[in-house]
Design a protein around this ligand. Structure first.
Ligand SMILES: [Mg+2]
Ligand SMILES: [Zn+2]
Length: 263
């Protein structure tokens, strides 16, 4: 039988899919904030902050990157700022576990940061090969040395920012992988995140799946409300998946270990 041409045949047997947000989930802070430290005075001017409009974060970040370029902040300085960001607590242990169980766990990143930030950090941390795919806003330096972002996609989800709905990404990925895997679904889908935009994909998971919201971060608070049976009054809708809050990557490892043994 011919192997699928879209993916390596050897990597279609994983039982579990695990999705990761990036900012404050893989890395210990927001990458956008880290990059601002490369600006003169390590901060943004008030006029630039005043232009920010809620729900238009991607546009705001475009202006920030344009400002950095105007101030002569070059790629080297941006890369250096990114590479200094530490991982979240216990993340190294979690990545180590996933590497040791690469035949069980297929991993992807789903992030509203951008390709340059994420690829730079993951490569520096030696973790890029762990991920089958990175879903994020495309980014590249233009001729003037400015990092230019583009929206990831267009969608019609009312809950999410214009440039990205992580639930749409998750659904499309699952459909594509199902086809590539010859109709074999993942036994379980796992989602590790921290932010408000990690709620939408979490609500698409089923009762056999697991969401890992970072303890006391917005995703955790919003999902606790959703688990209480929201949905009617414009709430986010009920959460069907199991919820396992985490403070350290080791909390996630403890859960993944039981899943590997159980099934
Ligand atoms: Mg985040
Ligand atoms: Zn959405």
């Amino acid at each position: 039988m011919a192997a699928p041409t879209t993916a390596p045949a050897t990597s279609n047997g994983n039982r579990f899919l695990i999705l990761f947000d990036f900012d404050e989930t893989i890395i210990a802070e927001n990458s956008d904030d880290a990059v601002v430290r490369a600006a003169p005075g390590q901060r943004l001017p008030d006029w630039l902050m005043a232009l920010y409009r809620e729900g238009h974060y991607n546009e705001h970040m475009q202006r920030v990157l344009a400002y950095l370029a105007e101030q002569g902040v070059a790629e080297d300085a941006i890369r250096a700022a990114l590479e200094k960001i530490p991982p979240t607590p216990g993340l190294a242990a979690l990545f180590h576990f996933l590497r040791a169980h690469e035949h069980d766990y297929e991993a992807v990143v789903v992030s509203d940061a951008n390709a340059y930030f994420i690829e730079t950090w993951l490569r520096r941390f030696g973790a890029r090969p762990l991920f089958r795919q990175v879903f994020t806003n495309p980014a590249g330096f233009d001729g003037a040395g400015r990092l230019v972002l583009r929206p990831f996609h267009a969608h019609s989800c009312a809950r999410c920012p214009d440039n990205m709905c992580k639930q749409v990404i998750l659904r499309e990925y699952l459909a594509r992988r199902l086809e590539e895997r010859g109709g074999r679904a993942f036994q379980q889908v796992l989602y590790v995140g921290d932010g408000a935009n990690d709620v939408c994909p979490s609500l698409a998971l089923g009762p056999g799946d697991v969401v890992f919201p970072r303890r006391d971060f917005p995703m955790h608070r919003l999902l606790e409300a959703a688990a209480g049976g929201g949905g009617a009054g414009g709430g986010p809708g009920p959460l069907k998946a199991q919820m396992v809050p985490w403070s350290s990557g080791e909390d996630v490892v403890a859960c993944l270990q039981t899943l590997v043994k159980e099934r």
